[in-house]
Design a protein. Sequence first.
Length: 340
Amino acid sequence: MYSIEVEELYKSYDKTPFKKKVINILKFKSPESERVEALKGISFKVRKGEVFGFLGPNGAGKTTTVKILTTILKPDSGYASILGFDVVKESLEVRKRIGVLPEESSRGFYWRLTVYESLYFYALEYGVDDPKKRVKEVIEMVGLGEAAYDRWFQRLSQGMKQKAALARALVPDAPVMFLDEPTRGLDVIFYSKLKEMIKNRFGRKDRTIFLCSHDVHFIEETCDRIALINKGEIIAIKDVEDFEQSFQSLGSWIYNLEVTGDNIDILARRISDLNGVERTDVKNNSTLEIVINRDKVNLTTNQILRIALEEGFTVLSFKRREMNLEEIILRILGGEQDVN
C-alpha cells in the first residue's frame, strides 16, 4: 500500500562556529557542540501512486527529510523505507527506484557539456534501455528544445537549468520521484504545464511523487494529501480539502464588503470597533475585508450593514469568502487552530 514509510526519524546538526571550535581547542577546553534538531521524531506514510505535498517554512526540516529518503543523509535514529527497502541498509536498492530533483538543482551537471550530453551520461549510469531514445523523450517532455543540444549548461537561463534538472529526475522513469522546489525559475507557461504533468504523474499513473515546495498554491493544485512540517515536527497530515474545511467550520470567517461612497476609512474604523470583528482591512476604495468571530457572525453582519447605511454608503455585495490554503496554513502555524 505504501511507497514511502517513515517512523520516528531524528536528525540533528552540529552548528558550532569553526572559530569557537578552534578557540576551545587552544584553551584545552572539552569540545562543546551547539546542536540543532532538524527532525524531532517525524512519522508518516505515502501511498503508492499519490502526489504527496510536504509543506513548511524555511528551516522546517523539508530538505533534510528529502536527503534522508534519497540516501544522501543518514538519520540519527528512526526508520525510513522506499518500496520496502531500508534507506540506510539497502541504499543501493533505493537509488534504483527513485528519481530526484534536488533543491540545489544545478549540481551534478557539467558546465561545459550540453544538457543532452549530461543526461546521456546519467542514462548510462542508470542502466536505461535505449539511453539515447530516453534522453530525447525527457528533453521533449520538459520543453528544452534545441537548447539541450547546442548550448553548454552554463549558458542556459535559470529556468532552463531547472528544466534540465527535472529532465534528469525523469530519466530513470522511476516509480518514486522526489521534487524539491520544482517551480524555481520557471516561466509562467511551463509552470502551468508542470502542474498538469505532476497531476498526470508524468505519464505514469502508478508513480508516487513526493513534492516539497514553498509555493502553497502549487501544492494546493497538484497534491492529493499534504503534510505540514514546522521546526522538525509534523503538525498535520490531511487531504487538501480537509485542511480547508478545518477552517470553514471553525474559528473565524472572512467577509468581503463592497460599497460605493466616500471615506471608506471611516467605515472601516467603525466596523473595527464592533464586538465580534477581529480585523478589518481596506483592500481598495470600495472593498473591505472583515474577519468575524464565527460565534457572533449573525449579529455582527447585521450591525455592519446598518453602519454602512448610516455612513451613507450603498452596499453592492456582502459575502463570505472561502480561505485559501495559504491562509489556513499561516493560521495553523500561528497556533489558531488544532487540525489533528
